[in-house]
Design a protein around this ligand. Structure first.
Ligand code: PLP
Length: 384
């Protein structure tokens, strides 16, 4: 069994009484990064006027460091608060009209899909939600299903790089290229990519027109920090959610500046990447993948859950709960609460007809026995 990664013992301030098996939802900020942010906040409080005076330039420098960690160019991406915001910016930027279709999947993050529905309702477009079996065997099957759903009216596709409920890969480079060849604008929800997967934002925006990734999940940045990468053709057209004093500086400054607010998560984000590099990015990834694989095996062998296809190189795995368990939003939340109260663990559960989906994550602070305890305890919770 994989031991916890040496050298990471006191890196987090997580409650030691709880097994945090859900890094994928909100991340966890390591102590050195918390300290960098605390210093920035103290500096801000000593002299707010001075701090804000050159803040746009400081943000630009932080962005350059983040861009270099993601293989990109600081002029091609903007910092923002989270994926929810980035997807909204992308959807606001792409013109839509009556008859246009927006393609999404039933594995999409709920509020991202709802943003597409709202934008469609406002413009006379419609949303086509492609249903993909959680047990679809591989990326090829998913790709075929999506390409079958493309029509001459498909204007934009909002797709996950790695899905939230099912931890599956959807927006593969091949699928993005196929969609581009059909004239479909692609918006990739890459919420889980920075830090967890090798990212190369050089050239195009990760093979998409718009690519949004969170830094506060797997890149050890403070909440709320994310990036929006945009291809050259769309960059001058990007419509920020609000008009700000930086508007006339164009992309990316016009997207980043939102008046007075706390920008310290962005300024501290490079410290997250620096820590990851110090720990050894590949070492962390290998550790997490091996550990989450161990967790998945426990849930299959001890709790009898049915595993979904795994996405190589990732630190999350999803498994199907038995029929009748966690099929509604309410029941999924109740199970998460019960797992915390009775098993002392945090996991993610999303409702799904035919049996909800349970997702585990692995991070450097996790231990193999935490997954064993979860699997043994879960057996009692779901069969009661
Ligand atoms: C795939 C996916 N998209 C979007 C989000 C939303 O992220 P945020 O709340 O940081 O905007 C999440 C959060 O878990 C996610 O997993």
């Amino acid at each position: 069994m994989t031991p916890p990664l040496p050298g990471t013992g006191n890196l987090f301030t997580l409650d030691p009484e709880v097994a945090h098996l859900n890094h994928g939802s909100y991340g966890a900020v390591p102590v050195p990064v918390q300290r960098v942010q605390a210093r920035l906040r103290a500096e801000q409080e000593r002299d707010p006027d001075g701090f804000f005076l050159d803040l746009p330039d400081r943000i630009a420098r932080a962005r350059a460091e983040v861009a270099s960690a993601l293989g990109g160019d600081p002029g091609k991406l903007a910092l923002l608060t989270n994926v929810t915001e980035g997807v909204a910016v992308a959807l606001d930027t792409v013109p839509l009209g009556p008859g246009d279709e927006v393609l999404v999947t039933d594995h999409g993050y709920g509020v991202v899909t709802r943003a597409a529905e709202r934008r469609a309702a406002e413009t006379g477009a419609t949303v086509r939600c492609v249903r993909i079996s959680p047990h679809a065997p591989d990326e090829e099957a998913v790709r075929d299903r999506l390409l079958d759903a493309v029509t001459p009216r498909t204007r934009v596709a909002v797709l996950d790089l790695i899905t939230s409920p099912t931890a599956r890969a959807i927006a593969t480079p091949e699928l993005l290229a196929d969609l581009a060849a059909r004239g479909v604008v692609t918006v990739v929800d890459a919420a889980h990519a920075p830090g967890m997967l090798p990212v190369d934002l050089g050239g195009a925006a990760g093979g998409a027109d718009f690519w949004v990734g969170n830094l506060h999940k797997w890149a050890f940045a403070p909440r709320a920090a994310a990036v929006l990468a945009v291809t050259a053709a769309w960059r001058p057209k990007v419509r920020p959610l609000m008009l700000s004093w930086e508007h006339d500086r164009g992309f990316p400054a016009r997207v980043e500046w939102r008046g007075t607010c706390d920008y310290t998560p962005w300024l501290a984000a490079p410290a997250g990447f620096a820590l990851l590099e110090k720990l050894g990015t590949d070492r962390v990834r290998r550790h997490n993948e091996a550990l989450v694989g161990h967790g998945r095996r426990q849930l299959v062998e001890r709790a009898g859950l049915r595993p979904l296809a795994e996405c190589a190189g990732t630190s999350m795995r999803a498994l199907r709960l038995p029929p009748g368990v966690a099929e509604s939003e309410h029941a999924a939340k109740a199970l998460m609460v019960a797992v915390r109260r009775r098993l002392g663990a945090r996991i993610a559960v999303r409702p799904w007809i035919g049996g909800g989906v349970l997702r585990i994550s692995a991070q450097v602070y996790n231990r193999p026995e935490e997954y064993v305890r979860l699997a043994d305890g879960l057996t009692h919770l779901i069969t009661r």
